[in-house]
Ligand binder design. Structure first.
Ligand SMILES: C[S@@+](CC[C@H](N)C(=O)[O-])C[C@H]1O[C@@H](n2cnc3c(N)ncnc32)[C@H](O)[C@@H]1O
Length: 332
């Protein structure tokens, strides 16, 4: 019997469990440890559990790691001795420690890292390789497990990606994570249409990569973008810009705060302004009940003009998912 911790968004726990149990109906829920962490048990090895996502990347699962030891802590310095002994019993050789803390443990993750794995001198943004020792502390409980980085769903602790690049607002993290997750490389000089661009983190990130950006949003953009000649600002709605748009873009990105159906409908209309070998990234806001039905409806609309290449509930997404789309005629 293998114990495993699943990490996902607190808004999509049911969908994450469905995603897992669709492949493995034998996996049983043991306990919900936090809104984002679920303890499960499987009647087979961890390697077999994660196998389906080697070929088909997950949508809702952020991370999975095995549990080999469980400890009770008492929030005193003695916890370090307990944890050190458990770490050494699991792995003496070279390994990467990935600590996560949920709740009010008195020491931060960085302290755990320094005490339990002093030889590890790496930035949190470095992807793990080799052996990974995952450590989750929730309240007074610690869960530890050892696995190969290649087996884990994510190379980051708890599946939470870290980026060295700074972003002007939280929305920027979504684009950084989407670019990494979908392995996209913007090319300098390419034209991108940024729908719902304000206040402008996505524009800023795309400009840093040399793209020429047309922004569309009814609200103002960051003032510093006004002096950039490679940012063409259209302060209006996407509906209004559609009637006057004459450009065909390499990329369309859409982070509009809109009903998913309206957003999908606009994307279908904007497909005429996307190059045949172009791509689109869009977030679907799912603040409504029954997200699965809302998504299915939006997908049906989008499929009129696009192939839905990937759907991912990014760690940086709140009640939303991010899509990678290619126009039907795209050369892959
Ligand atoms: C989540 S914010 C986008 C944040 C942006 N991606 C960034 O990096 O700063 C949503 C944006 O959608 C815009 N929006 C809402 N409805 C819109 C519409 N019909 N047309 C264009 N933009 C719209 C809002 O004005 C807001 O700027």
């Amino acid at each position: 019997m293998t114990h495993v911790i699943l990490t996902c968004s607190e808004h999509f726990t049911d969908l994450a469990l469905n995603e897992l149990q669709r492949h493995h109906p034998q996996v049983a829920l043991v306990e919900s440890l936090s809104p984002r962490h679920v303890l499960l048990k499987a009647p087979f090895a961890f390697g077999a559990l994660v196998k389906p996502w080697r070929t088909t990347p997950p949508i809702y699962l952020h991370h999975l790691f095995p549990v080999h030891r469980t400890l009770t802590l008492d929030a005193s310095a003695a916890d370090f001795d307990l944890l050190r002994e458990a770490v050494q019993s699991l792995c003496r050789d070279d390994f990467v420690l990935q600590p996560q803390i949920v709740g009010d443990f008195p020491y931060p993750a960085i302290t755990l890292q320094q005490v339990l794995c002093p030889q590890q001198n790496r930035s949190r943004s470095t992807r793990a390789d080799g052996r990974v020792l995952s450590l989750l502390i929730v309240g007074r409980w610690a869960y530890l497990g050892i696995s190969w980085a290649a087996q884990n769903l994510s190379p980051f602790a708890g599946g939470i990606p870290c980026f060295d690049e700074s972003v002007p607002n939280r929305a920027g993290l979504k684009l950084l994570e989407a670019l990494t997750t979908f392995a996209l490389q913007p090319r300098p000089g390419q034209h991108v249409l940024d729908l719902g661009a304000a206040p402008g983190a996505w524009t800023e990130i795309l400009r840093r990569r040399g793209m020429i950006v047309t922004t569309v949003a009814p609200t103002p953009m960051y003032h510093w973008l006004a002096s950039d000649p490679q940012v063409k600002q259209q302060q209006m709605t996407a509906e209004a810009y559609l009637t006057q748009c004459e450009t065909t873009f390499h990329w369309i990105v859409n982070d509009m705060k809109l009903d998913p159906q309206d957003s999908a409908h606009l994307m279908v209309q904007y497909a005429n302004h996307l190059q045949p070998d172009g791509l689109a990234i869009m977030t679907l806001k799912l603040r409504l009940r029954n997200p699965r039905r809302v998504m299915d409806h939006a997908f049906r609309l989008l499929r009129k003009r696009y192939r839905i290449v990937r759907v991912r509930q990014l760690v940086s997404n709140r009640k939303e998912v991010t899509l990678l789309l290619r126009p039907h005629a795209a050369i892959t």
